[in-house]
Design a protein around this ligand. Structure first.
Ligand code: AMP
Length: 397
């Protein structure tokens, strides 16, 4: 972490701290339905307030085109006050007179949330005038929103060029976990990549093949690889136009000494629905009218045996259509095995991206992993080996 400035080096007392958090939380009927991101943001907010800083929260919410009440941050700010158990003030604009008045009334240790940064087009354009207007409200900028760090927007990146910039504790935890996953992992290092499609994960696979000792492929995307190996996939989700690419990926892995694990058996069904009648079959015997919706018991056993000789695991994407019973079984069994190995101190397990968090939580295993990232796109881009603008701007130069 020495490559990034953290709160340990920041002089916070009496300072106006522009703190970029991710309050883009799921909402149902005007109420926050999942407080995970608020809970992750809370420690940094509390630390800055307790050290006498004035905490000015910046965040986006949704994808508004201009101002609208549906995308106001007010409900998230209210829920945050509940999580923090402290008052959180609110200004109904993030720049201009409303924001200036709210900030100038703050005392040391106060917390104020400014309205959705995306109500201004300058946010996503990283517009210099908009950055100036935000920067005028603060003395320093702390970025604690790893999940938005793949975007070079005004509040996620631009401010880092105008004000002294620091990583918040959540950002720091993400960067530490990611470094343990791919930069300086204990080996053997294995990755699980599952989920729906190969097409969305080509860069991810390319980067992982160059870094990991074993790559285990599951989910719908495994079908394209099975097809590349000449297996019949029936009416399974399969990107036939990517079969040649999958074949290249397999060859690349072999040339680079990366072991690839593909399903040897599968749970197949004729209908894509929960509790549809299903059977277990070897991947060489999937009928033309069947589709693969999960890995079978022999594959689970093999994956678990690989985990038993693995020191570090990176996981993105479920092994099957985990939202529907019984096709969640492969994901649940492997997640449980990874959680147990982690708890026994034999495995560093890091997961994130897309549906992975939901899948691991549904399996009841997420809390027993070493680290589960709440970031979607940013986690994937980092795993793809890409530089994230909101992280790069924090580097000590
Ligand atoms: P992703 O967002 O790419 O990680 O994909 C997650 C989605 O992949 C989940 O909604 C799963 O239901 C779906 N999925 C996983 N395995 C399969 C499969 N064998 N067939 C169809 N969909 C699948």
């Amino acid at each position: 972490m020495s490559a990034f400035r953290t709160l340990d080096e920041a002089d916070l007392k009496g300072k106006r701290v522009l703190l970029r958090v991710d309050l883009n939380v799921p909402m149902e009927g005007g109420k926050v339905s999942d407080r995970t991101r608020l809970e992750r943001a809370a420690p940094t907010i509390a630390e800055i307030a307790d050290k006498g800083g004035k905490v000015i929260l910046l965040s986006h919410f949704g994808r508004p085109k201009g101002r609208n009440s549906k995308d106001s941050l007010k409900p998230a700010a209210d829920a945050l006050a509940g999580v923090l158990n402290r008052p959180v003030g609110f200004a109904d604009d993030c720049i201009g007179p409303a924001a200036e008045a709210a900030v100038s009334a703050m005392k040391n240790g106060d917390i104020v949330c400014l309205e959705n940064t995306r109500f201004h087009a300058g946010e996503e354009k990283n517009d210099p005038g908009f950055i100036d207007a935000l920067a005028a409200l603060g003395d320093i900028w702390v970025n604690d929103a790893f999940s938005a760090a793949h975007r070079a927007h005004a509040s996620t990146e631009g401010l880092g060029h105008r004000l002294p910039a620091y990583a918040g504790r959540n950002m720091q935890a993400e960067l530490d976990a990611l470094a343990r996953a791919l930069l300086s992992p204990q080996r053997p290092l294995a990755a699980i990549v599952g989920g729906a499609k190969v097409s969305t994960k080509l860069d991810l696979l390319g980067n992982l093949i160059a870094k990991v000792d074993t790559l285990m492929i599951g989910g719908g995307m495994a079908n394209t690889f099975l097809a590349a190996r000449g297996r019949p996939v029936g009416k399974s989700l399969c990107e036939h136009d990517l079969v040649a690419t999958a074949r290249q990926t397999l060859a690349q892995a072999e040339a680079g000494g990366c072991e690839i694990v593909l399903p040897v058996d599968a749970v197949v069904t004729k209908e894509f629905k929960a509790l549809a009648p299903s059977r277990v079959t070897g991947v060489d015997a999937v009928a033309a009218d069947e589709m693969i919706l999960d890995i079978g018991p022999r594959t689970i056993e093999h994956v678990v045996s690989v985990l038993a000789r693995t020191k570090t695991l990176v996981w993105n994407g479920p092994f099957g259509a985990f939202e529907m019973e019984p096709f969640d079984n492969g994901t649940v069994e492997v997640a449980e095995a990874a959680a147990e190995l982690t708890q026994a101190g034999n495995l560093v397990s890091i997961a994130g991206g897309g549906d992975t968090v939901a899948a691991l939580n549904a399996a009841g295993a997420g809390k027993r992993f070493t680290y589960v990232s709440t970031a979607g796109g940013a986690f994937l881009e980092w795993m793809e080996g890409k530089a994230l603008p909101g992280v790069e701007v924090l580097r000590v130069r």
